[in-house]
Design a protein around this ligand. Structure first.
Ligand SMILES: [Zn+2]
Length: 229
């Protein structure tokens, strides 16, 4: 059924090359630069299925989730993401196109950097949440997000504790545990609010997670200093 509908839409798209939207499906038709075949870029995100399996130019309308054919959700299987990233990277790495045409070389460079950008964004929970908010046209700015004073006080105290000379001699184990537990709890809450599309709440949680990510970075560098990692 979907295939029939697609072929009708494909014919429609020959007249109208714009993005075609329907309530349940979305397509982005384009002609392959090499074989001239009409393809849906939301399906063929990096390659044309023509016999030469050619690389296509980057299309920013293809969001990072679509690029890897993963559901647009905060709950993401990071193993699947990594697997999809490696599979795609193997097919479009610039080394493979060193002796190909200038178009091939250019597209492989562009696609590799788009793929890297997408992978690192989706891999980090904070970046992934920010990206999901961005897809909903909500741009997170630290300065416009007001957080309660108690929270900010707590963060300040934790930062002071980490800046203390004591941490040079003794790794702050309890604080590290507390910070990571808070991060886990914030990530769970964020997952729920994004699932419910409670965007103002999600924005607040992203703000909090931002502070905890900074604290966690400090913990990580202390772990390195103390030879824990
Ligand atoms: Zn083609």
């Amino acid at each position: 059924m979907i295939n029939i509908l697609k072929s009708i839409l494909l014919r429609y798209s020959l007249v109208n090359h714009n993005r075609f939207l329907s309530s349940s499906m979305e397509f982005l038709f384009e002609k392959c630069w090499k074989c001239q075949r009409e393809i849906d870029r939301f399906e063929c995100t990096t390659h044309c299925p023509c016999e030469k399996n050619v690389l296509l130019p980057v299309k920013r309308e293809i969001d990072y989730f679509r690029l890897f054919h993963l559901p647009k959700s905060f709950e993401l299987d990071v193993n699947l993401l990594t697997k999809a990233f490696r599979t795609k990277m193997k097919l479009l790495h610039p080394d493979l196109f060193a002796n190909k045409s200038s178009e091939d070389q250019q597209y492989s460079q562009d696609q590799s950097s788009y793929l890297n950008e997408a992978y690192s964004t989706l891999h980090s929970p904070l970046e992934r949440a920010l990206y999901l908010l961005k897809l909903e046209n909500i741009i997170f700015e630290e300065t416009t997000t007001t957080l309660d004073p108690d929270f900010l006080m707590k963060i300040m105290e934790m930062n002071e504790e980490l800046a203390d000379d004591k941490t040079i001699k003794h790794f702050p184990t309890n604080l590290a545990i507390e910070i990571r537990q808070e991060m886990d709890s914030l990530l769970k809450q964020l997952s729920n609010t994004l699932h419910k599309m409670d965007l103002p709440k999600a924005k607040e949680l992203v703000g909090k997670l931002n502070y905890y990510t900074n604290l966690d970075d400090k913990i990580k560098s202390l772990e390195l200093k103390h030879g824990i990692l």
